[in-house]
Design a protein around this ligand. Sequence first.
Ligand SMILES: Nc1nc2c(ncn2[C@@H]2O[C@H](COP(=O)(O)OP(=O)(O)O)[C@@H](O)[C@H]2O)c(=O)[nH]1
Ligand SMILES: [Mg+2]
Length: 241
Amino acid sequence: MQHLRQPKSSKNARGTVNCDNTTMHLLQANDFVADAIRKEMVERNILLINVVSSAGSGKTTLMQQTIQRLADKISIAVLVGDLETERDADRIRAVGGNALQIVTGGICHLEAQMIWQAMKSLHLDGVDLLFVENVGNLVCPASFDLGEDYRVTLIATTEGDDKPKKYPRMFLTSEMMLVSKCDLLPYLPFSVEAVVADARDINPNIEVLTISSTSGEGLNAWCDWLLARVEEKKAEVAALA
Ligand SMILES: Nc1nc2c(ncn2[C@@H]2O[C@H](COP(=O)(O)OP(=O)(O)O)[C@@H](O)[C@H]2O)c(=O)[nH]1
Ligand SMILES: [Mg+2]
């Protein structure tokens, strides 16, 4: 089942090895807490999705749109990580979302321990879907399993279509790639075909949706995907009982 699969940190990008050094021990400790989160999410019957991307790709805007579109169908909570400020949590609360900000104080990614602590301060009773909006970059967050069921990577049309091959681990460890800001495609030298081909060369199983939080394109498909995953998780949890 999805939530019992191998930790993300055990997946290597092609042509790399894990060295038994300090970083490796840190990741092992992280995976230990990530497993505890996974178990808690099963007990609470909550789907956990880790949303990652470069800074400014449209994660918070997508969280806002998703909460508004699914408000009458499922209960969503958001943990959002940034180096400083509570701005993103404020934006999510402004559209009626249940959000808590994790201020990392300079750390470039979220770790499972941070999620574990923050979860205890978030009202999770009755929540169906917990989003983690990770700190914006395609590097460090790739290595830290947060106990998520799914990892979703946004790649904005404004970033250039060469990113999957440059930051392979993020695409290797993601189940879904959202090509965001597709409303800007007419103005940019960005090939959706090329970015999908590169991402699938790294991870043949990665699902892809092209979306725009501005025009609304692709958001119905995104919301349908989320609802299907929530239902799937509930069925898996029910089968365990
Ligand atoms: N044109 C366009 N702009 C977008 C879209 N989604 C977000 N933005 C803008 O991109 C900027 C960064 O968005 P934000 O959601 O804060 O990105 P985050 O840093 O990944 O959370 C903001 O100015 C948004 O208004 C989109 O689909 N199309
Ligand atoms: Mg944000």
